[in-house]
Design a binder for this molecule. Sequence first.
Ligand SMILES: [Cu+2]
Length: 263
Amino acid sequence: MKTVIPVSLLLVLLLASCAKNNVPAYNSNILSGLSVEFDNIAGSSDLHLNTGTYTNAAGEQFTVTRLKYYVSNFVLTSTDGNIYTVPQDSCYFLIDESDTSTHEPVLRVPEGEYKTLSFILGVDSLRSTMDISWRTGVLDPSAAGNGMYWNLDSGYIFFNMEGHSPAAGGTGGYRYHIGGYGGPASPMINNIKTISLDLTARGVPKVKTGLEPNLHLMVDILKLFNGPAQISMAATPMVLYDPYSTTIADNYTAMFRHDHTEN
Ligand SMILES: [Cu+2]
């Protein structure tokens, strides 16, 4: 008899929570909050800067001292087929593993239920070439974007990961600064990547006034090494604005997956 009470209680709770969150119809006149959480991990481990040690498919051990990347240009598709592009001016975020306040950007989107999410990993070419007065906040290289910008020709560093590995040789430091918007720098490099995620398998977010659902994404940094190409820190410990960066970018587009939704 002991288990009967908790089970029935659970049912009551489930019914109550379902009842207060019915499917909201898509309504472009009413915007509400949707947070997108970027939870950085390394394989099956949580990512811990400086103290965690991880191993890539090449068998190389490494630590991570810095992990920062830009995400921008968010687009959502509702379950009834409406496409909503978040206004670009409010749609650049810099995810910084060392600063938890950056891990869950909040988007303002129409009430509704959403089946797909897409965004750019990096900064689009149009914004990259705009006058500095249009590149404020996290895009300001002299403020929040410090260390994430080369120059006007090469543009922003989209993805910045640094740390140490015995495999890296020298003083053991490795550095992956990946960017390139297809600008005039030579050679021309375009590492702008659009990430598209299906939300139906792991729970669609139900955006409604008074509720702020959270899309919980896992971002697995091991994918940078273990993808179509196997990246070795012994062979390439230092990749900056370089043609080889496209190989890394092709790998790391697979870092993102939708794990669950908190409605
Ligand atoms: Cu969660």
